[in-house]
Design a protein around this ligand. Structure first.
Ligand code: 5GP
Ligand code: SF4
Ligand code: MG
Length: 455
């Protein structure tokens, strides 16, 4: 998911939120929404689909106010339903509250049970509603205190933006799993999942929200409360490998730069005797460029991508996904015929896409196909908000590299090492979650790992 927020007196905050969410569309295509406050009340608009399907000029013009939050959602387990679209907006003791969440809590079940026993009622199946309930029920002088209290109860991954009638709060979990950054636009302050959203609306990047930090924006300006401190963090390394946009900078590292480094390292670790380096667009492109730089083998664009098709992975059923690959990619015969190809992609999850692509390349006349992945084998599910939820679907959880090679039909297959991956960050490498590659979960998971709803 992606979140966005703006505190901007005098600005058309609904329109700016619309543009900001557009820049975060890659983080979720299932539903979108925004909540706008004018000092007195909060208005909400949300729906299923892409940003331009959910919003139009009339809707944006009707959303008036000076502060807003927004959300784009992607879920993995069936709960693709309008009721789970965000932001969530509720009435409670202090007035109204809106919330948008990126991440996934790991103690939802026990919190939900506890809240239900105290008489709480739930409308959705999301962990985000649990957060709203905790905030609403916590004593505390003000919303900051209520939120600080809530942070002590919830576990797992969360980057949140929270809206009251006259105040906007942002918080990032103490491990810093999901990204969250701050920017300024004149006198306005903007918060977003990724810096590409700040660039898009012409805001200047200020800094990342620190893990365990609550940022409060209201008529008194910007205030920060550090509610939790840790020695090391657990940023999601998969944001750099695949999820985030290449033009974003997260926690001090430009995503494109990291991807190129991973490609260079991959060329060092897993060389191949070949004529051309071929990226799997778009997510594999920076790594392929890095591989070409590192190996001296020329980069060629030999897979044409239909840019009007979204991320194929995100469609719920396997059937739709398989059709998706053909809709999305077509090989360029002239580039491929008779060539020995190093095919570079960022990751291999189920192996379905890669297998399809290998077949397409062979049909287009490629002589040899050497598949190279700029991340290690994904052997464990993610419980912190990335869609690798079902362990049975992770091909590397069940199969050895040689079996995976056979499944994809490539002539050779090799993955980047975990050391090689973390090496791209230098000394900072110890601050990353790598659980999907090594099973070392930084935060324990309720029930030992049955996953509820992922965003
Ligand atoms: P596979 O060959 O495993 O079926 O698919 C690999 C492709 O899926 C890669 O090109 C990679 O960019 C993409 N991918 C990896 N993780 C995700 C994810 O969480 N969501 C989406 N939409 N695509 C992903
Ligand atoms: Fe990211 Fe993998 Fe950790 Fe999930 S398990 S937060 S995808 S690094
Ligand atoms: Mg891809």
């Amino acid at each position: 998911c992606g979140v966005f927020g703006i505190y901007g007196p005098g600005l058309d905050v609904a329109r700016l939120t619309f543009y900001g969410l557009y820049a975060l569309q890659h983080r979720g295509q299932e539903s979108a929404g925004m909540a706008v406050a004018d000092g007195w009340r909060i208005e909400l608009h949300k729906g299923m689909g892409l940003i331009p399907e959910v919003f139009n000029d009339r809707v944006i013009n009707d959303l008036r106010g000076h502060l807003a939050i927004g959300h784009v959602r992607y879920s993995t387990t069936g709960a693709s339903h309008p009721i789970n679209a965000q932001p969530l907006v509720f009435h409670y003791g202090r007035g109204q509250i809106g919330l948008a969440h990126n991440g996934n809590l790991t103690n939802t079940e026990s919190l939900r049970r506890q809240l239900a026993a105290e008489g709480a009622v739930f409308q959705t199946t999301t962990d985000s509603e649990v957060i709203v309930n905790l905030i609403a029920r916590s004593g505390g002088r003000d919303l900051e205190e209520a939120l600080a209290h809530c942070v002590r109860e919830i576990r797992g991954a969360y980057s949140l933006v929270i809206l009251a009638e006259n105040q906007l709060l942002a918080v990032r979990d103490p491990y810093g799993f999901r990204p969250l950054c701050l920017g300024e636009l004149g006198n306005a302050v903007v918060v977003a999942s990724e810096s590409c959203a700040l660039d898009t609306i012409g805001a200047r990047f200020l800094r990342d929200v620190a893990p365990g930090e609550i940022v409060v924006l209201d008529r008194n300006g910007m205030n920060s409360i550090q509610v939790a401190r840790r020695e090391h963090w657990a940023h999601c390394v998969f944001e750099y490998i695949y999820f985030a946009r290449a033009d974003s900078c997260i926690d001090g590292f430009n995503v494109n730069r990291v991807r190129r480094k991973l490609g260079e390292q991959l060329a060092r670790e897993c060389p191949a005797d070949a004529d051309i380096v071929l990226p799997v667009p778009d997510s594999g492109t920076p790594a392929a460029r890095g591989y070409a730089d590192g190996s001296g083998i020329p980069l060629e664009e030999g897979l044409m991508k239909n840019r009007y098709i979204g991320r194929t992975f995100i469609q719920p059923s396997q059937n739709q996904r398989e059709l998706g690959v053909r809709l999305k990619l077509n090989p360029i015969r002239e580039v491929l015929a008779g060539k020995r190809v190093v095919l570079v992609d960022d990751s291999l999850v189920r192996g379905t896409t890669s297998g399809k692509i290998v077949r397409l390349l062979r049909e287009a006349g490629a002589r040899e196909i050497h598949l190279r992945l700029s991340s290690p084998p994904i052997t464990h599910p993610c419980y912190y908000g990335i869609d690798t939820s079902n362990r049975k679907e992770l091909i590397a959880a069940e199969k050895e590299v040689e079996e995976i090679r056979e499944f994809t039909g490539a002539d050779t297959l090799a993955y980047l090492s975990l050391e090689g991956l973390l090496g791209a960050f230098g000394d900072y490498g110890r601050n990353f979650c790598t659980a999907c590659f090594d099973g070392r979960y930084p935060v324990p998971v309720d029930g030992g790992g049955s996953c509820a709803v992922f965003k």
